[in-house]
Design a protein around this ligand. Sequence first.
Ligand code: SF4
Ligand code: SF4
Length: 352
Amino acid sequence: MGLTEWLKQYARALGFDLVGVAPVQSPPHADSFLLWLAQGYAGTMEYLERTAHLRINPAELLPDARSALVVGLNYAPAELPNTDYRIARYALGDDYHAIIREKLETLLGSLQAIEPSAQGRVCVDSAPVLERDLALLAGLGWYGKNTCLINTHRGSYFFLGVLLLTLELEYDSPAQGGCGTCRLCIDACPTGALVEPYRLDARRCISYLTIERRDSIPTEYRAAIGEWLFGCDICQEVCPFNRPRAHQPLRAQPTTEPRLQPRPLPTLTEILQMDEAEFAERFRGSAIKRTKWRGLVRNALIVAGNKRDPALRSLIERFLNHEDPVLREAAEWAIQRLTVAPTRDHPASIQS
Ligand code: SF4
Ligand code: SF4
């Protein structure tokens, strides 16, 4: 068995659902990425701009990098948790960064045991490589109009990881596929964040607003956030490639990775009662900790306002005099939502 096939089989044995190999080169969508940044669509994610030169030159991350082994790890849950709010599927289990990094480091260590001269670097979000472009080149999937990478047989509920290697491996062909005339995701996006096919204005996206944005969420998007406490899956939920068919049974099939199984989640009431120490304890090892306590409570206040549940009023009111202006203002907004009757302009909640 050649080295490329050995690596692929090992990657599958480690639990990766998709694996392919691409040459290390400037990503095909580098110009589009730079234009997207220049147009301000990244919002306050300044780190994307800061690291752009590394993202478009992955070889800078590992001198003499020749090959990128790209892996996909399915995160689709068997069923959604029974909560009084919504969480993006990818955040239901343990934080994927550690899981993918550990597996790829195991793979690299085993490779170096048989090829001591091989150098490698593991990239999972933290190393600023354009994983999706490398995944496209490695045959894992193609870009959907919702900007997700879509695998025709599996859909889009998978994480990506990259192992850059100095070895010359056998490269896969780029993935073929496309959305055709479908535009379900664009029409379903509650905030109009998919401003055109393949173009996401992150500043409007519920994922960005609830996870990346640190200060107040602009009022014009709050009703559309509905019950999304952390992230949003709407543009993936409506995608036909995430619907199993008789001839495509693997689409959105539940993950078999034990650490990606849904963790127990607190109720909205419990989140609104949680202090910072409880938050740290509860979400240790979870992607949800990215919002920090303040971000999650801010989101919980918005969800509480959208639920218009009078039982939540006293919990919301506790934040009306909070020292943090972001939480104070979110609480004021939520109380107003409880008080004002829903109209067509102010729907009670916009759901997927
Ligand atoms: S994640 Fe939600 S808000 Fe963001 S583009 Fe998709 S549907 Fe729109
Ligand atoms: S919903 Fe339709 S347009 Fe959007 S990504 Fe899926 S196939 Fe493409």
